[in-house]
Design a protein around this ligand. Structure first.
Ligand SMILES: Cc1cc2nc3c(=O)[nH]c(=O)nc-3n(C[C@H](O)[C@H](O)[C@H](O)COP(=O)(O)OP(=O)(O)OC[C@H]3O[C@@H](n4cnc5c(N)ncnc54)[C@H](O)[C@@H]3O)c2cc1C
Length: 295
């Protein structure tokens, strides 16, 4: 199918983009990588009257590694971040999760910020932002920048806190503590498909290599990423011999998955348990490695 008729806008600066977005309001949509929006247009599941193409706003392409966080500009593609060694060194979970997004061709075009705004409950990056306690920057003409915490950003399936007239300009992913390690694990029916269930885990170890804190964020098991604190199941245990299955049981009971055409709720719950246990073990091993490297 072909998309419905729309007017195409190609602003050359962020200020111009914000001016157009303010003018078109509810009738406008931002076009970033187009990897989600264009299929929606072609299937006529979306019919904006104005498309505001932000692909010419070079000022939004920056990936900046600061002492506390990695800030990813709205035009940074998945592949750009995946292969940025400074960014993935600072926040390893970014590289771990992006590697599981679709195929290389999609990662070459799709943007990190576009994926966050799109808020697909099966997407990896919303869970990464939630797990790390990150922030979105939303700009509007004449209003400066509104910062929204990850916990308040994802409102429902394909629904984020971006309002008509706003442009998401960046996402900020805080660096985990020096004694922390992470892992991303998921199951998809075919390589490159959206996950039936996916889990990111962050484990913090103390100097004695015992678990000080652990938390997970799960995808495809609810309308938005589901954060689960695993510390009750793992706290105080040795990083190489903790009760990983207990962490899995905790995650499996914390979620409320539903049946759909891809999997039953029971199967998703089973996967959540198995994958959380696996990711927690891998994250603890990663944390131990990082502590050893840091001396
Ligand atoms: C075959 C295929 C497989 C895929 N598999 C996966 C997968 O496994 N995991 C996964 O996470 N994703 C997957 N995707 C989606 C991909 O990650 C997209 O890149 C992402 O969802 C959207 O990013 P985009 O830059 O392409 O945004 P677009 O498609 O351009 O936009 C998506 C939505 O976000 C809005 N938007 C985008 N940027 C901004 C902005 N800066 N400010 C305000 N609004 C904005 C748009 O208006 C639109 O509503 C897949 C896509 C395809 C085609």
């Amino acid at each position: 199918m072909k998309p419905p008729v729309f007017k195409y806008h190609r602003p050359g600066t962020v200020a111009e983009a914000l001016a157009v977005l303010a003018e078109v309001g509810h009738d406008g949509k931002v076009l970033a990588g187009g990897q989600s929006l264009v299929p929606l247009l072609n299937m006529r599941l979306a019919a904006p009257r104005h498309l505001v193409d932000v692909n010419w706003l070079a000022e939004l392409g920056e990936v900046a590694c600061g002492p506390d966080a990695v800030r990813v500009g709205a035009l940074a593609r998945h592949a750009r971040v995946e292969h940025d060694r400074a960014a993935t060194g600072a926040v390893p979970l970014l590289g771990q999760a992006i590697a599981d997004i679709a195929h290389a061709s999609v990662r070459n075009r799709g943007t990190v910020v576009g994926s966050l705004v799109h808020a697909d409950p099966a997407a990896e990056l919303p869970a990464v932002l939630v797990l790390l306690g990150g922030t979105m920057e939303l700009a509007r003409a004449g209003d400066g920048v509104r910062r929204v915490a990850a916990a308040d950003f994802f409102l429902g399936p394909l629904e984020s806190a971006v309002r008509p007239g706003e442009l998401a300009t960046a996402a900020t992913f805080p660096r985990p503590a020096p004694g922390a390690g992470s892992a991303w694990v998921e199951v998809a029916r075919r390589h490159g498909d959206y996950a039936i269930c996916g889990v990111g885990v962050l484990v913090e170890l103390d100097q004695g290599l015992r678990v000080a804190a652990a938390r997970a964020a799960l995808i495809s098991v609810g309308p938005v990423p589901v954060p689960v604190d695993l510390t009750d199941a793992l706290g105080g245990q040795a990083a190489d011999a903790a009760d990983w299955a207990a962490a899995g049981r905790l995650a499996a009971t914390a979620i409320e998955p539903e049946d759909d055409i891809h999997a039953t709720a029971a199967y998703r719950r089973h996967l959540a348990g198995v994958l959380t246990a696996r990711a927690a073990r891998a994250a603890a091993a990663h944390a131990a490695e990082r502590l050893e490297e840091a001396g």
